[in-house]
Design a protein around this ligand. Sequence first.
Ligand code: AMP
Length: 211
Amino acid sequence: MKRNLVLLGPPGAGKGTVAKRLAAEHGYLHLSTGDVLREEVAAGSELGRRAKSYMDAGELVPDELILAMVRERVAGKSGVLFDGFPRTLAQAQGLEGIAPVEAVIFLELGREEVIRRLSARRVCPRCGALYNLITQPPKEDARCDRCGAGLSQRDDDKPEVISRRFEVYMRDSTPLVDYYRERGILVRVDASRPPEEVYAQVVRALCDDRP
Ligand code: AMP
């Protein structure tokens, strides 16, 4: 049976890019809590209404809401690739009661590079493809390579929210590095390398780490 994996790391480290490729090429079920929340906000659901103010401010959505959302989507599944979850110790502990985690890929990236990358991140509002004007620019200026739609910037990738998101990551999410290291399942990957190299490191780590 396929293992459940966690992608850990600051915003902008490349979790979404790695996750989309691992899902497409290795059959993982990609669960990005950020993507699910954005869908809920767009749909105007009760969860979306409750989450929106936290997201706009770069703060974390409360653990109970996130854990209920994940529990509902993961029940009975395996081979899940968690992207952007868990983000707090309480979420990591909660996840233990939902699904076992066999490996945690930690995409390491410093503050300066996070700020630089998030400011340059663009998304395709139609098909969800991810771009970065520095590391992965579209072929044609500001248009999606896949579907041709005009690219946009996420509201929380605006300068005033970016710094706050990094602070929140440092405060709430870095304790997860020790948490998973102590459990012997943490794999460190240097996320400052170009996307192709980062992906190759991740795949190698997953293969090496098989019993
Ligand atoms: P992301 O796309 O992962 O950067 O998430 C965007 C925003 O959604 C975050 O800044 C949080 O407000 C919220 N969010 C996503 N995942 C979580 C999570 N696991 N716990 C709490 N808030 C989250």
